[in-house]
Design a protein. Structure first.
Length: 226
């Protein structure tokens, strides 16, 4: 398997992919540029299948199993990090069918608002850049299929400011004892800085791929203010 990642990709993620046996090819300044290279690579070879997160229903279906686990909790609002959209589309589609009272709210970084802008516009709205430490959701060019799917299962999309993200990573560290990557903490950031109706608020914490630089910054930082 060949995985294309940006030259700026989180070094911890790259190392883990290689450890799992993937051939990782670094190309482009962000993951949307890396996808363009991957798409061109696959189109030149008959034995290659280009797989794009956010465009493959099977990936969203896999994420939807999280919704199966959450259904019995009768959640009022679920905050879901939004990258290319597979996670929120899979979970949202299941919960809309089996827990219709649950509001599905996506969370994007303010420095990478393309998916939020696209959901509101009802069509892909590319951004000139994606500037956020939450590299897992740093979308610059939305996937059209994911934008269309989101229209049917997402109630709102919120933006979190960059300063809120490390604050939330530290809050998770200090309260749960978990070290998570920045993109995994944006739901907590939204929970800390927005008001929500209902008695049961939940989020999905995704990913623990902290780079050495991020880990050092967290180690030096003091306790989070919750």
């Amino acid at each position: 398997m060949r995985v294309f990642a940006a030259t700026t990709a989180n070094s911890a993620k790259v190392a883990r992919m290689r450890k799992l046996g993937a051939e990782v090819i670094l190309a482009g300044e962000d993951f949307d540029a890396a996808k363009d290279v991957a798409r061109g690579y696959a189109s030149d070879r008959q034995d290659c299948l280009f797989v794009e997160d956010g465009a493959e229903p099977q990936i969203a279906e896999g994420a939807g199993t999280i919704g199966v686990e959450l259904t019995p909790l009768k959640i009022s609002t679920l905050l879901v990090p939004v990258g290319n959209g597979a996670l929120i589309c899979g979970v949202g589609r299941w919960l809309k069918a089996h827990s219709p009272q649950t509001r599905i709210v996506g969370v994007c970084a303010a420095g990478a608002p393309a998916m939020a802008d696209s959901w509101r516009a009802g069509k892909p709205v590319p951004a000139s850049k994606a500037d956020t430490m939450a590299d897992g959701i740093a979308v610059r060019v939305p996937v059209p299929a994911a934008v269309e799917w989101m229209r049917g299962c997402v109630d709102d999309v919120l933006l979190v400011q960059e300063a809120w993200i490390p604050e939330s990573v530290r809050a998770i560290r200090d309260t749960l004892g978990l070290l998570v990557e920045p993109s995994a903490a944006v739901g907590i950031a939204a929970a800390l800085h927005y008001s929500f109706d209902g008695s049961r608020l939940a989020t999905i914490i995704t990913g623990a791929n902290l780079s050495a630089e991020q880990l050092a910054e967290l180690t030096q930082a003091g306790p989070a203010r919750c």
